[in-house]
Write a protein that binds this ligand. Structure first.
Ligand code: ZN
Length: 138
C-alpha cells in the first residue's frame, strides 16, 4: 500500500460551549481534509462517550454532567459515505484525578480546548460495514 505523507498541520482553539466532535468535523470539512489524525487537550463541562458491546454489536453511551479535564483525545479522519468522518477516543479526568473514557460522542461540551489536526496526503481510507465486528471499518 502507498504510504501517506504529511499535509497541512493546524493548531485550533476550540470554541467554549461548542460540541467537541461537531467542531472538529466542521473544521475538517471546511478545510477539505479527508485523511488525517487529531489530538485534543482541554477541559469540558460535560462528557459523552461510548462503549461498544461486542456481543450485542451496539454502542452504549455514558453521559457525565460535570467539569472534567480532557486528559487525552486522539483519533483519525477518514471517509464514511463520501464525507470526512472523525473517529476519536477520549480520556477524561475528574477533580480527584480519576479517569474514564471511550469512544468520543456528541454531547461533549467544550470549556476550553486545543486541537492539533494533521492532514495526511495519499490514499483515502474509506469506511464500510464490517460483518465480523458490526463496525464501519477501513
Ligand atoms: Zn471508537
Amino acid at each position: 500500500m502507498k504510504n501517506h505523507e504529511l499535509g497541512r498541520s493546524f493548531l485550533v482553539r476550540l470554541t467554549k460551549e461548542g460540541d467537541l466532535i461537531n467542531q472538529l468535523t466542521k473544521f475538517t470539512k471546511d478545510q477539505g481534509i479527508r485523511t488525517g489524525t487529531i489530538q485534543v487537550i482541554g477541559a469540558v463541562t460535560a462528557g459523552c462517550f461510548g462503549y461498544y458491546d461486542q456481543v450485542k454489536r451496539e454502542y452504549r453511551y455514558l453521559k457525565k454532567e460535570e467539569h472534567l479535564e480532557i486528559a487525552s483525545c486522539i483519533g483519525n479522519i477518514s471517509i464514511l459515505n463520501g464525507q470526512p468522518m472523525i473517529h476519536a477516543h477520549i480520556v477524561f479526568s475528574d477533580e480527584n484525578g480519576s479517569t474514564y473514557g471511550g469512544h468520543l460522542a456528541e454531547g461533549t461540551i467544550i470549556f476550553a480546548g486545543e486541537a492539533f489536526i494533521q492532514e495526511l496526503k495519499g490514499p483515502e481510507r474509506v469506511r464500510s460495514n464490517d460483518e465480523t465486528t458490526g463496525l464501519h471499518l477501513w
